[in-house]
Design a protein around this ligand. Structure first.
Ligand SMILES: Nc1ncnc2c1ncn2[C@@H]1O[C@H](COP(=O)(O)OP(=O)(O)OP(=O)(O)O)[C@@H](O)[C@H]1O
Length: 293
């Protein structure tokens, strides 16, 4: 399969009232990836997404979405669906009316979508009667009517409870796999995204601080320790010698694969009282300049 960049930004600048909000944003999104766009409040995620969606004009740099500048470009809009936290459609419409309206524009295969995603039971419901999770799933499925190559989602799970988030991301995975849709999803919640994304772009204060495949980015930070509290610290230090463990007060700091380390301790009958592994959240904090111990 041909691999190219579905999104490409080079040194993109955006100012509001002379104040730079994007200060030279550069990143790529690979075809067929599920890319997380991660950053704290005010980092510039929504601004970037509006530029990518052709809703906002950049002040400088290069933006390519499916190879073209998205600003004022109906060809790009045809091939990209954008979804937001809040549902943009009229709350008094039924699901059926909403989907039919969309379908009258794009002439997708609505019948198959309704069948495949079991929407029949929801069709007569008003949008306002749906739970946030149902509404967000319908928004995602509705995005497919266009048969898009790319779905851009700005904080799509911000209103959802953890269960609905998981369901939403399961659907994202399915669409990515079965419909070959590339996803670009912004969030400041990492715990759920971590399970679904293949790639990640970190943004902080209008600058991209890291990007790449999720494994690569994680491994860059694998120099960060697993922190262990065990019953027999001296014995643990001994059996974990090949990992060069460091004793720090009651704790052991160690670099390596958590599973392996836990297995070794287990095999040696050493009880683990507490263990903490660096997660993407820690990576994020580090990249955002937060919590710089
Ligand atoms: N239309 C506007 N006029 C002036 N300033 C704006 C405008 N839109 C955004 N900003 C400012 O730009 C900065 C980045 O905002 P943006 O919404 O892109 O951040 P974000 O990463 O999406 O944040 P959040 O996670 O809170 O949604 C913020 O400081 C915001 O106040």
């Amino acid at each position: 399969m041909e691999i190219y960049h579905v999104i490409e930004l080079i040194n993109v600048v955006k100012k509001f009232n002379e104040k730079p909000v994007l200060k030279g944003v550069t990143f790529i999104v690979t075809k067929n990836s599920i890319t997380g766009f991660i950053g704290p409040n005010g980092a510039g995620k929504t601004t970037t997404i509006k530029i990518l969606s052709g809703l906002l004009r950049k002040d400088g740099g290069i933006v390519r979405v499916l190879g073209e500048d998205p600003w004022d470009n109906p060809r790009v809009k045809e091939r990209v669906s954008v979804i937001f936290t809040k549902l943009p459609y009229p709350p008094n419409d039924s699901v059926e009316e909403y989907l039919n309206d969309l379908n009258s524009i794009y002439h997708g295969d609505l019948k198959s979508l309704i069948k495949e995603f079991n929407l029949t039971e929801h069709l007569k419901k008003k949008i306002s009667q749906l739970s946030s999770g149902q509404a967000q799933k319908i928004q995602l499925i509705a995005a497919l009517i266009k048969n898009p190559e790319l779905i851009i989602a700005d904080e799509p799970t911000a209103n959802l409870d953890p269960k609905a988030r998981i369901e939403f991301y399961d659907l994202v995975k399915k669409l990515n796999k079965e419909y070959d849709v590339t996803f670009f999803i912004s969030s400041h919640i990492l715990s759920e995204l971590e399970k679904v994304i293949t790639h990640v772009v970190f943004i902080n204060d209008g600058i991209v601080t890291a990007q790449g495949e999720i494994n690569e980015v994680e491994s860059v930070f694998n120099s960060e320790e697993i922190i262990l509290l065990v019953k027999d610290k001296e014995k643990a230090l001994e059996v974990l010698k090949k990992y060069n463990p460091v004793s720090e007060g009651a704790y052991i700091k160690i670099k390596g694969k958590l599973r392996e380390i836990v297995d070794i301790l287990d095999d040696n009958g050493i009880e683990i009282l507490n263990v903490r592994k660096t997660s993407l959240d820690d990576v994020f904090r580090k990249l955002s300049g937060e919590n710089n111990e």
